[in-house]
Design a protein around this ligand. Structure first.
Ligand code: ZN
Length: 445
């Protein structure tokens, strides 16, 4: 995920004092919660460093899930359970992202926090274990999968997006448990796979049948609950040319060069989508971003390229169906083809593999948003804002199922870029916010 522009700087943790909880059988002050969470900072940061050093890119998530299962069991004393990725179930579900890769043997790891009473509201705390690749290892100041602390910042791929969030979830529960307290309704911790490529890990967890009263995902949105999120579509354009010796280039057709016209038409579609954004996206200068993230093609410098594939991402506003965007993408590719006699005869094809989701929205007056904002305020001194984001997150799997879900989390920089880093005090701050939220949403005893 990525938030709009640069997020505001996370305020330093500044706990308010002595406003006791009213829900639950036991009153626990903000101060007691703050102290309990601060006391487990070392455990949280150690977990975060271990997670960053596991390069959990797509297909390589398991070492991260081993660490999370270990944290649920070893640090929290809970019983982790697997929710396995199920190819057939996912392939037949209308909200699932299409995928060409093998998910057999992949798992989401979840753990229930034993309930101490009744009358509270249930909750899922979720984070994704998968990270994107380093983009360019050469450009990093240090190896991307080394957790390097420099002052108040911790560097490493996935440090902010979103291993800090996973560590904060664990820190929140560890802090509250250290006070001898437990929730008055089911709280399930979830570490999911495949957020960065389509969201099928979160969907698989929703399909497990658990229907919490809310879900919170501590993605790096400090002080901003992204209540309107775009839908995202991945598509791949396959262009076929005719290879020839470059000495006889006129006998061939270069698939790589043909791709330029396709990209141009896709940017024209992007321009159209940005012409009159509906609220609240009209607050953002350029809400819909199209990206050619990968290109492959050709096999020899002196051979006219026979093939080229563009792997792309584009977004759309909530309320617009995926099929509508697919139609517009295909029309843009077709427009590029009609300008070329060769491509008219050999039209490029569009494949869908990965993200294919609608946008999601959550009302500002949802009790979840109100409560989470108050928890943020209790720690930072100012209520959390709400607004649109030009990215998507796993909240949509819950929202599509009728379960309110929201993000709030630590301050991170350069996610999906180089030298990704997270502001360490904001990790503790996020744990503190989550702990207060659990107290107020679920009740504690
Ligand atoms: Zn993320």
């Amino acid at each position: 995920m990525i938030s709009r522009g640069d997020d505001e700087t996370a305020p330093a943790p500044r706990p308010s004092v002595s406003s006791p909880a009213v829900i639950g059988q036991l009153e626990v002050s903000d101060r007691e919660i703050a102290d309990a969470v601060a006391a487990v900072e070392g455990e949280m940061l150690e977990l975060l460093a271990r997670l960053v050093e596991a390069p959990t890119t797509l297909g390589n998530e398991e070492p991260g899930q081993v660490i999370m299962a270990d944290a649920f069991r070893g640090l929290l004393g809970l019983e982790p359970v697997d929710i396995a990725m199920d190819t057939e179930v996912l392939r037949s579900h209308p909200a699932a992202a299409p995928f060409s890769w093998d998910v057999a043997g992949k798992r989401n790891v979840v753990a229930d926090w034993p309930v101490a009473g009744e009358g509270g509201r249930s909750l899922v705390l979720q984070g994704h274990i998968d990270v994107v690749g380093p983009a360019s290892t050469r450009l990093w100041r240090m190896p991307p999968f080394h957790a390097v602390r420099d002052g108040d910042w911790l560097y490493g791929r996935g440090s902010g997006d979103m291993k800090a969030g996973l560590a904060a979830m664990v820190g929140a529960v560890l802090g509250v448990r250290s006070l001898g307290l437990a929730p008055l309704a089911q709280v399930q911790l979830q570490s999911v796979v495949e957020e960065e490529c389509g969201g099928n890990g979160a969907l698989q967890c929703v399909l497990s049948g658990l229907r919490p009263d809310a879900a919170v995902i501590p993605e790096p949105y400090p002080g901003l609950i992204p209540t309107s999120q775009v839908g995202v579509l991945w598509f791949h354009v396959d262009i076929a040319g005719t290879p020839a010796h470059v000495a006889d280039a006129q006998d061939g057709f270069n698939a790589i060069e043909a791709a330029f016209a396709v990209v141009k038409e896709l940017h024209a579609l992007e321009d159209e989508l940005n012409e009159s954004p509906p609220p609240p996206f009209d607050e953002i200068a350029h809400p819909i971003n199209f990206n050619v993230g990968m290109i492959s093609g050709g096999d020899w410098a002196s051979t006219v390229a026979a093939e080229c594939t563009l792997s792309c991402r584009i977004a759309q506003y909530p309320g617009s169906p995926v099929a509508e965007l697919q139609r517009r993408v295909e029309a843009a590719v077709a427009r590029a083809a009609v300008a070329s006699a060769y491509l008219t005869e050999h039209p490029p094809s569009v494949r869908y593999d990965g993200f294919a989701c609608e946008g999601s929205t959550l009302a500002d007056d949802e009790p979840l948003v109100q409560s989470l904002s108050r928890s943020w305020e209790a720690v930072s001194g100012a209520p959390a804002g709400t607004g649109p984001t030009t990215a998507t997150t796993d909240v949509r799997a819950f929202i599509e199922a009728g379960i309110p879900a929201a993000c709030i989390g630590p301050l991170a920089e350069h996610i999906h870029g180089v030298d990704e880093r997270v502001f360490v005090p904001s990790v503790v701050q996020t744990a503190h916010v989550l702990a207060l939220f659990v107290r107020d949403w679920c009740g504690l005893a």
